[in-house]
Ligand binder design. Structure first.
Ligand code: WQD
Length: 357
């Protein structure tokens, strides 16, 4: 493995030119992205306080984090919608900065239950920002999403692309970004970064940590791995009549460990840069559904039967990231490719057919 790849898989220490002298509060720490960030951050020697309400994740994720890192991190079961409990966390812990992964993230579900999404994603984030303000915590890395852009006026999306989310999920992310922007405008001491994720897939290379959606997966990669492990009969490909390389949807897939490393670099950035920044985290290239399926079959030697189905409401044909700002500001770009993404996704699912249960 290259030295940089070793770094982002946690098998090598990243030499920070700054030190973190107080805890980093990780909200949504037992979710897919949050747990992978925690593993990497703990292995870099960062002091974390993990927070989650366990609504969409298992407490067994904490065991997995401990098995991979050898560290039993501090954990508090708190719901960010409960402001008084959140305040108590800040009042009883020395918090240097916050990484905020906590939020609902299913696009279709957000259209069916918008108020639940606004309550959790927006009101919960407002509680967090208010608690930070009341306790003098002024550094935040926020898990945002490329869905804030909406229908592409141009590809690849740069951070200057106008924001016009067309589903409540993307709208909640956009609103939180605006709250962060306005807070920084009100007080120049704040250092707040919104990381706009593209399509995170894959898993920690150990196979002990991974994506574990409840029920039938909404997203493509976990659906593929459930077919591969025999729990689902075939993949439904949502449309093959888009104006793309093979007619199927094109997305910018990014390895979850690359994504986790981007958060580490963003925390380092916050230690010497105030103000608000929105930054794309993507690979800078797109793959179609069938290209991802082919890569999965080629690398893992597992056949994925599929059937073409009608387009899914709300889907876009193709989008991918211009990730040059992340490279410029954070010194970050993806290191892991599609082969590692499909390899690691399968390593997790084949070793854990029922996820954490
Ligand atoms: C990818 C492609 C589908 C499932 C969403 C959110 C985004 C992020 C990731 C949180 C599309 C096709 C999918 C299936 C398929 N979440 N597909 N059959 O919709 O690009 O992004 O999840 O941040 O914010 O918007 O991801 O994995 O659902 O779809 O053909 O069973 O796979 O049409 O082209 P998406 P996805």
């Amino acid at each position: 493995m290259s030295r940089l790849t070793r770094k982002i898989t946690g098998s090598d220490l990243i030499l920070f030119n700054v030190t973190f002298d107080m805890a980093i509060l990780v909200c949504g720490a037992t979710g897919f992205i949050g747990s992978h960030f925690c593993v990497l951050a703990l292995q870099q020697g960062l002091d974390l306080l993990l927070l989650d309400n366990l609504e969409n994740s298992s407490p067994k994720v904490l065991n997995a984090i401990r098995e991979v890192t050898g560290i039993s991190p501090r954990f508090v079961e708190v719901d960010i919608r409960d402001k008084s409990s959140l305040d108590a966390v800040f009042a009883t812990n020395q918090v240097d900065s916050v990484v905020h992964f906590a939020g609902y993230k299913a696009v279709g579900e957000s259209a069916a239950e918008p108020l639940r999404y606004y309550r959790n994603n927006v009101d919960g984030s407002l509680n967090l920002l208010e608690s930070m303000k009341e306790h003098g915590v002024r550094k935040l890395v926020f898990s945002s999403s490329a869905t804030v852009y909406g229908v592409p006026e141009f590809n690849p999306y740069t951070e200057e692309h106008r924001k016009r989310p067309f589903n409540p999920y993307g709208q909640t992310k956009s609103v939180v970004e605006d709250m962060m922007y306005d807070l920084c405008a009100s007080d120049p001491q704040y250092a707040l970064v919104a990381l706009r994720y593209f399509n995170p897939i894959g898993a920690h290379p150990s196979g002990m940590l991974g994506e574990d959606p409840k029920g039938i997966p909404n997203n493509l990669m976990p659906f593929i791995t459930k077919v591969a492990v025999g729990q689902l009969a075939e993949l439904g490909v949502f449309g093959d009549d888009y104006d793309t390389v093979d007619g199927t949807g094109v997305r910018d897939y990014i390895h979850v460990m690359d994504l986790a490393y981007g958060h580490i670099r963003a925390l380092q950035y916050l230690n010497s840069n105030a103000g608000y920044q929105a930054i794309n985290l993507g690979a800078g290239r797109g793959y179609s559904v069938l290209e991802l399926v082919s890569a999965f079959e080629r690398i893992n030697g597992v056949s994925i039967p599929y059937v073409i189905k009608p387009r899914r409401d709300g889907d876009l044909a193709a989008y991918w990231a211009d990730a040059s700002k992340a490279e410029r500001l954070l010194g970050w770009k993806t290191q892991l490719g599609i082969d590692e993404m499909v390899r690691d996704a399968w390593a997790w699912q084949s070793a854990n057919p029922n996820g954490y249960n």
